[in-house]
Write a protein that binds this ligand. Sequence first.
Ligand code: ZN
Length: 228
Amino acid sequence: MPDKSTRSERVTAAAKDKVTPHVAPHAQPGSVVPGAGTASVVPSATPGAAPSAGPGAGRKIYAVVKYGDAILEKPSSLITKFDTELEELTEDMFASMYAAQGVGLAAPQIGKGIRLAVVDVTGGKNPEAKIVLINPEVVHAEGEKREEEGCLSIPGFRGYVIRPQFVTVKAQNAKGETFEIRGEDLLARAFCHEIDHLNGILFIQHLSMLKRDLIRRKIKKLRKLGEW
Ligand code: ZN
């Protein structure tokens, strides 16, 4: 994790100006924050125990399902029941995401095939930056950005993926209320990455066949060694 602190500071600084204003429905497009797009969806992860303090303390920490598990490549089901159990699950997912040092986590990654994802590009530093996406869909996309991306389910592997620079996502919150949220750069990337998960798509599917096969072969080798 050589550049973790630098990177998360940069993300926090960018997100401070960015995340909150766009939570409002029909938010106006914000300005581009230079540097925000250089951060990746998943900073180098160090899976570990639940923190005894800080964001996510005292919550259930789920193990992240790794590439190779069929649930990651299946489309998830719509959520129709909005109850306290769902609210608890979203909080446990934030805690699990923070524990894994990710900035986004989709339900299939904890073995649940339901259309729920959580995103926080500040890594738990700003409670207002916590975004719950239930039954999300991209309703508008604009521009293109090519940045390096990773995934908690494919630890140790990264690749450049072209994503829209801006997206507007329509989703429901844990209470079932519909809202729209606009994201740019890293936030737009995180939204697209997580919505892909809900459709059974992993970031490696956006890479060239050559690069994807290379990653698959290396994972196969790791699995044989019992390291995956
Ligand atoms: Zn992922």
